[in-house]
Design a protein around this ligand. Sequence first.
Ligand code: CU
Length: 284
Amino acid sequence: MGLMKTKAISSIFVLFAIAAGMASMAPAAYADHAEVSIGAVEESGFSQSCVEAGCYTPMIATVDVGGVVTMTNTDPTGVHTFTSGTVNGFTPSPDGAFDTGVLMSGDAFEWSPTEAGTYPYYCMLHTWMIGEIIVQEVAAEEEVPEEVPEEVAEEVELMVMISDSQVMGGTQIELEFNVLHLNYDLTATQNGEVVFEEKGLHSMELIATHQIDALGSDENPIDVEVVSLGIGAPGDEDSWTGPVGQVTTAKVVPEFGTIAMMVLAVAIISIVAVTAKSRVVPRF
Ligand SMILES: [Cu+2]
């Protein structure tokens, strides 16, 4: 039996890409001003030594409109008040926005502001104790950086090996693929004439053989062309994936030696693109 060598002149055009857009929900980020706690500094009732560092802690607190300010007498050594207003010298001027009244150690009082503004307060028992609450409008929206895996692309290159042998007065073409379930067109031409043509072939296995009723020669080589249509079950084109339109060609001419196989290309490339996007997240 004569052997023919395949001289493959091959080209691969098309990679395929699966782009899976995956939107991720970003955790909503909130400014931490919905609640704030204020305490009284220990022994701030005994002397004015707390004034510089602050007799209340924090000395300036920030809260949203509609938020909650919890005022607690955290001083185990004395009783205090949180009374809104100002002190001039030792003369207090309460403004009525809030007043905890006298809080024993550990007692607490909650105030929920309804209007933005700056609210000074003091302790009516120790007028050097002063603090301030800043009430701010809730921001309507806020820029939140968000990680979005935008695209997961996979590029797979189809590999087709074409080999041939002379069988029963004709040529047997063997195709070896690197994927199962490839759908393809196979065309063989000789002298410009189509000697074999089948469309929509399907190979369940990695190897498919086709018999061509022609023999190649130096003067009249057979050109074999495989065009991939996609990977998947036959008749279910909509779900096919994989390289479409990839063309593999081989030239079949008689030659001594072994059956030559041409590996066209192997490449599997995965690309994961993750981009950071800024998104406007409504805040409430
Ligand atoms: Cu006090």
